[in-house]
Every structure is written in structure tokens, then in C-alpha cells.
Design a protein around this ligand. Structure first.
Ligand SMILES: Cc1cc2nc3c(=O)[nH]c(=O)nc-3n(C[C@H](O)[C@H](O)[C@H](O)COP(=O)(O)O)c2cc1C
Length: 219
């Protein structure tokens, strides 16, 4: 698979099959992703990767827990601005629409959201974290590392779903994993094989036209 195909076929998968992920494949992806770029070459990313019994134990804890109050960071903050609120609401309409869950069906929507806690049935969960001293530039480095992993996974026929939802339970997760409170739990990455027939894996995803995103000068 070339890079363009990996980019084109990556999507956030929210229904995984039970097929396990080969440890060797996963390690080769993580090994290759070490070459992701980072400002000052700080390589700020750190992660804990779970499968099997340790993953199940964490999920049991999450299912019995409440979201952090207050949150360590609020991933939904830009949604107060109309333009971004609209994009989120379009995503909701398309995703829940694919599952025939109506706008007013708050219970079903919440129930589906709760599946974040079990990573939509993915057999592997990578939790990315880093020292709290890392600022915005380093957060973006971690994003690049995660995207590098996601594309390399595609190259191996694997799928993923990034999950900032995990950050909502950051303190619980850190306590369970024995991570220091100087650490920020940033984002999960559910890893496994997609269920190709699940409607939630097949809806159209909207994107802003290029002209609205990029200014070309001098071309
Ligand atoms: C950093 C990051 C965190 C995300 N967190 C979640 C999440 O917690 N739960 C979820 O279902 N999707 C999550 N997503 C997936 C986005 O909703 C998705 O990337 C976006 O709607 C575009 O769709 P696509 O990834 O299928 O192209 C996250 C994506 C990113 C990049």
C-alpha cells in the first residue's frame, strides 16, 4: 500500500472484529513510527499499550468510573464557536444517521458514546501520554506520531480510532496504570481490524473544501 492509499483508506473505525493484532506487526509499526518528526527532536510522545487481561481490567475500571471533574483538558472547547459546532453536529448527524439513531434519541447516542470506554471492541488500546511540561507545539508532535502510527497500521491492513475520550478519564487511567500526576493522559488509539459491514464504519465523512482551508499565493 502506498502512502496515498493509506491516507485514503484510513478512517476512524468504531466497530472492530475480534481478530487479534499480531504482536510482531504492532511492534514493527511502533518501531517505524519512532521516525516521526518533532520540534527540537524532543520526541515528547510516550505510551502504554494494552491488550488481553490488562485491557479488560482497565475497561472494567472505566465502566465503573465517572468522568474527571474538573477535566485535565477540554477537547471540546472550540465547539462554542458556531463554525466548529456545525462541523461536530454534521459528524453526529452522519455517524448516528448511519446507525439510524435519531437526533432526539439522547439515550441511544449516549449508549454509543459509552462504547468509547471499551474502544469499540478493539483488541488493542494505545494510550498516549506525556509530561505536563509539554506545551502546544509538543501536543502537535504527538498528533503527528499518532497519525504516523495510523498510516503504518493501514499498511499492515490494520485499522484504528483515535480517542481523546480517554482524556476525560485521565486521572482514573493514570491512577490505574501507576502513571505520575505530572503526566498528561492525552489520547487513546483503538487498534484492530475493522468490521467492514458495520454502518458506523461506512458513512460519508464531510471535509471543508480546500479553498476554505489553504491560501495559495503566487501560484
Ligand atoms: C486527536 C483525535 C481524537 C479523537 N477522539 C475521538 C474519540 O474520542 N471518539 C471517537 O469516536 N472519535 C474520535 N476521533 C475521531 C474523529 O471524530 C474523526 O477523526 C473525524 O470525525 C474525521 O473522521 P475520520 O477519522 O473517519 O476521517 C478523534 C480524532 C482525533 C484526530
Amino acid at each position: 500500500m502506498d502512502v496515498a492509499e493509506a491516507v485514503a483508506t484510513r478512517r476512524s473505525i468504531r466497530a472492530f472484529t475480534e481478530q487479534p493484532v499480531e504482536t510482531e506487526t504492532l511492534l514493527s509499526v511502533l518501531e517505524a513510527a519512532r521516525m516521526a518528526p518533532s520540534g527540537c527532536n524532543y520526541q515528547p510522545w510516550e505510551a502504554t499499550v494494552l491488550t488481553g487481561a490488562p485491557l479488560k481490567a482497565l475497561q472494567d475500571v472505566l465502566l465503573a468510573s465517572k468522568p474527571d471533574d474538573p477535566l485535565e483538558y477540554d477537547f471540546s472547547a472550540p465547539g462554542q464557536v458556531d463554525k466548529y459546532k456545525q462541523r461536530l453536529s454534521t459528524l453526529g448527524a452522519q455517524m448516528y444517521g448511519a446507525m439510524t439513531i435519531g437526533r432526539e434519541d439522547v439515550d441511544q447516542r449516549n449508549l454509543f458514546s459509552q462504547q468509547n470506554l471499551t474502544s469499540f471492541g478493539a483488541p488493542v488500546l494505545l494510550l498516549s501520554h506525556f509530561p505536563k511540561l509539554m506545551k502546544e507545539p509538543q501536543w502537535s508532535d504527538v498528533g503527528m506520531w499518532l497519525q504516523t502510527i495510523m498510516l503504518l497500521l493501514r499498511g499492515e491492513g490494520l485499522d484504528s480510532c483515535p480517542q481523546e475520550w480517554m482524556g476525560v478519564y485521565g486521572r482514573t487511567i493514570k491512577a490505574h496504570l501507576g502513571l505520575s500526576d505530572d503526566t498528561l493522559l492525552f489520547c487513546g488509539l483503538a487498534i484492530g481490524y475493522r468490521d467492514p459491514d458495520a454502518p458506523v464504519n461506512n458513512f460519508e465523512r464531510e471535509r471543508v473544501p480546500l479553498d476554505d482551508q489553504v491560501r495559495l499565493l503566487g501560484f
